[in-house]
Structure formats: structure tokens, C-alpha cells
Design a protein around this ligand. Sequence first.
Ligand SMILES: Nc1ncnc2c1ncn2[C@@H]1O[C@H](COP(=O)(O)OP(=O)(O)OP(=O)(O)O)[C@@H](O)[C@H]1O
Ligand SMILES: [Mg+2]
Length: 314
Amino acid sequence: MRVHSNIVIVGLGWLIGAAVVLAGPGPASAAANEPGVPEQRSGLLLLLAVALAVQAIVIGVLIAKTRRMRRAELAARAHLTEIAQMNRLAAAGELSASISHEIKQPLAAIAANANAAMRWLSRATPDMGEARAALERIVGEAHRASDVIGGIRAMFKKDSEEKALLDVNNVVRKVFDLLRSELQKNEVVVEYELSPELPRVVGDQVQLQQVILNLVMNAIDAMSLVTDRPRSLRVSSARHDPAGLILTLEDSGTGIDPEHIDRIFEPFFTTKSHGMGLGLSICRSIVEAHRGQLMASLACPHGTAFQVILPADG
Ligand SMILES: Nc1ncnc2c1ncn2[C@@H]1O[C@H](COP(=O)(O)OP(=O)(O)OP(=O)(O)O)[C@@H](O)[C@H]1O
Ligand SMILES: [Mg+2]
């Protein structure tokens, strides 16, 4: 659309230029005034100069317009990335606030009953009956706390779930499109190996975008300190037996300390000063809610590979 309008504007520029040249002194006026050859040539040169000036102005306007559009596009992308991150932070903040609010009461009751049990037991003649009752109340409060967490998780899932038949390659493309300026800014080169023969999956597009976005943001973070080799991110998708697909994101970042590899999916585990340690745990619960698996392994010779396995429709 934009290319068409640009062609039309350049064409108009040429037409105006040509019209100015053609509207110059014609044969009639030439006959009337009978100017000499040098005057005719200088008149033509002047008209040509005017035509070129018109052309230059049109091209200048076009370049300025293209630059303005490019700037607006980059700003829009940066804004979208910011929104995606803010949404996640806001959701995580809200979730942790509601968890801590709901959990405070049973935790306080557990602490009070544990103190009471210790007092009953430390008497000269321990009161086993009271101690037992306090311990039973502790068990009850612990179940309540776990129900609260279960309820919040269920509510969280139900609210955001919107299943549709999806082409995972398209989901990948959308996220990388969204993150294009972020990847460019961090000098990350993306290599795609997306299989055209993927089965479709039933899933929530926004949630799966969130998974890929988190994995890519982690990869960018992991490569931010790499200066002695290319920062490359290989994204591949393929059929996966028995019936499903596997999506792999392999970066050339600093890799994961083998001691940490079992902990990275735990909520609040982070090695970053600005991290919340929630990205991967959110990713894993989303993938598992889609009946899939999310795994990490050390890539060779550097970096980390994350694999998302999803079952096909039905
Ligand atoms: N691609 C990767 N390369 C190296 N380490 C990684 C990679 N992805 C995750 N990690 C490690 O796993 C940890 C947990 O990742 P996770 O995404 O859950 O949290 P985070 O990135 O620290 O914070 P946030 O909540 O903002 O995402 C990271 O702090 C990092 O140590
Ligand atoms: Mg993260």
C-alpha cells in the first residue's frame, strides 16, 4: 500500500517536471519572438533546472515521510514490548499481592498454634491433648492455605483461557515481529528453521505468545554479556512423535550453571539483579496447561536450548 502511494508520488513528480518542460516556449512563441539559439538553449536549461528542483523537492518530501513512518513504527514496536513486559509484571505483582493477602491469615494461625503446642509440651506435665489439638489446627490451616493457592491458580487459568486452532509457526512469527527492534538493539541474529508441515495445536494464542516472549527475553538477557562470539538465536519447529510438535529456541548466551538447571523453573528463582524469577515458572504452567512439556538443556558449545513440546489437535 505504502509502496504504491510512493510510486504515485514519484510519478506525479515526473509528470509535473515534464509538464513544466513542455509548457516552455513552443513553436508559436518561438516564431513570434524569433529568439537566437543560445537564448532558446538557456530557456530550456532554466526549465530543466525548475523540473529537477520540483523532482528534488518531491524526493525530499518522500524521504522525510518514509523516515517519519519508520520512526513511528519503531516507537510502536518498543511500546508493544514495554506493554508486554509491564502486563507480565502487573499480572505477577497482582497475583503475588493476592496470594500474600489470602495466605497471611492461615500462616498467622499456623504460627500461633505452633507456639501454643510448644507451650503445652514444655509444661512440667505436658498436656498432650491440647498439644494434639493445636497440631490438628495447624494441619487444617495448612490445607486452607493450599486450597487458597489452588483457587487462585484455577481463577487465573480460567480468566485468560481462550482456545483456538493454531499454527505455531505463526505464533512464533508474531512474537519475533513484536521483538524485532529489541533483537536489533541487542545485536541478536535470528535463524529460523520453521517446518512447513507442522500439525495444528489447540491452544490459547496469547498464552503461547507469552511463553515464546519469555524465552526470547531470557535468551537476549543471557547473550547481553557475550562479546567474543556472534549472538545467535536459532528457532526451529518440527513434527514430534507420536503426534505433536517440538519448538526449540537455542541461544549462544552464557548458559546455565549445571547446579542451577534443576531450579530455573522454580518460582522466584533468579540470577538477575532485575529479575523476578517468574518467567520460566509461568511458561511451564502454561505449557503444561496445554498438555505439553517445557525443558531446558545446555547447548553445545555455548548457550542454552529450551524445548517446548505440544500435542497436536485432538
Ligand atoms: N536462555 C537462558 N540462558 C541462561 N540462563 C537462563 C536462560 N533462561 C533462564 N535462565 C536462568 O533461569 C533463571 C530464571 O529465569 P526466569 O525467566 O524464570 O526468571 P528471570 O528471567 O530471572 O526473571 P523474570 O521473572 O523477569 O523473567 C534466570 O534468572 C537465569 O539464571
Ligand atoms: Mg525471564
